[in-house]
Design a protein around this ligand. Structure first.
Ligand SMILES: Cc1cc2nc3c(=O)[nH]c(=O)nc-3n(C[C@H](O)[C@H](O)[C@H](O)COP(=O)(O)OP(=O)(O)OC[C@H]3O[C@@H](n4cnc5c(N)ncnc54)[C@H](O)[C@@H]3O)c2cc1C
Length: 289
């Protein structure tokens, strides 16, 4: 087995050039080592470009190897993409959050990965580079190919960073999840919302729930049902009902029934919307949340 710690992007790409199917990128290893032990590992967790959290040209730029703990503690993210902070704070336990990364969360491709759900609701773009040095940008939801299967080529493609348009005035976001315990339990369901209010009405919105398909899924029907409606309890109730009807859920003997998960999606969706609207209203009065 070989384990190479890449100090910069060039050396990581160099290691991927052989296109060896036995090669895997590793960051925190909290998912990878539970599933497989590849023969050649390229550790990207100390590449500065992959760990930085910055604001550039009015966009949040978050390195793929930023840990959940660092993202959750980032004042830059807190003020502009609160849903991501809330999601990262609920991953696993302090130990898992200290080494698990946002990039690993997305590339591992679990449908209800907490940070991934928030990133999709926030409209995040992923920036990738392959071993030939070709760069591309993709919406995060497009990085999933099927259940627990990433669209990335695991031995040649590197996820470098995420780009997020920060929430501006009148905008807010929030993330909610339900799990059997408060820590060290995967979510039975989660939901995230980003919305913009104009004169108390919902002017735009992005609503995501999981696990209701192979990837974090936009609730298009629910979005359409409440767009243009006033931000208030009647609308959140309508959203809960529509979301619960709209989603295709699977039950499991180990975790929960399909009916219970459907019910949870409704409740979590409404609560994420309620919290996002509260933040949007506060930000309209000048201070970002
Ligand atoms: C006890 C425990 C509890 C957990 N609880 C939760 C939870 O509550 N919620 C949740 O969402 N997750 C949870 N997880 C899952 C895991 O911690 C997260 O998904 C974490 O974010 C994975 O990041 P990582 O850096 O450890 O990824 P790794 O394990 O290093 O990698 C995961 C996958 O991503 C690939 N990869 C990593 N970085 C890159 C990159 N930059 N470019 C290309 N490919 C890359 C790897 O090759 C691998 O295929 C838990 C895990 C454990 C062990």
């Amino acid at each position: 087995m070989s384990y190479r710690i890449a100090k910069n992007l060039d050396s990581a790409l160099e290691a991927l050039k052989e296109k060896d199917p036995a090669t895997r990128i590793v960051a925190g290893a909290t998912d990878l080592f539970l599933q497989e032990m590849p023969a050649r590992l390229v550790d990207v967790s100390s590449i500065e470009e992959l760990t930085a959290i910055e604001e550039i040209d009015n966009r949040l730029v978050i390195g793929a190897a930023a840990t959940h703990a660092r993202a959750a503690a980032s004042e830059l993210i807190k003020g502009r993409a609160a849903a991501l902070v809330e999601a990262c704070l609920q991953v696993g336990s302090p130990q898992v959050r200290n080494i698990g990364t946002l990039g690993g969360n997305v590339v591992n491709a679990a449908p209800a990965a907490d940070a991934a759900v928030a990133l999709v609701a926030l409209g995040a773009k992923a920036v990738l580079v392959d071993s030939s040095g070709v760069w591309r940008e993709e919406a995060v939801a497009r990085l999933y190919s099927s259940y627990n299967c990433s669209a990335l080529d695991g031995c040649t493609e590197l996820l470098v960073r995420f780009l997020i348009e920060p929430c501006g005035q009148g905008e807010g976001s929030a993330f909610r999840r339900f799990a059997a315990r408060k820590a060290l339990a995967l979510p039975l369901a989660n939901a995230a919302a980003r919305l913009k209010l104009e004169n108390g009405m919902i002017a735009s919105l992005s609503l995501v729930a999981a696990p209701v398909g192979p990837a974090p899924t936009r609730l298009i029907g629910t979005e359409a049902a409440i767009l243009g409606k006033p931000a208030g309890e009647e609308t959140w109730l309508l959203a809960a009902e529509t979301a619960a009807e709209e989603v295709e859920v699977r039950g499991s003997l180990l975790r929960c029934s399909a009916a219970y998960r459907r019910h949870l999606v409704g409740i979590l969706t409404a609560d994420a919307l309620r919290a996002a609207a509260r933040r949007a209203a506060v930000s309209q009065s000048g201070s970002l949340t």
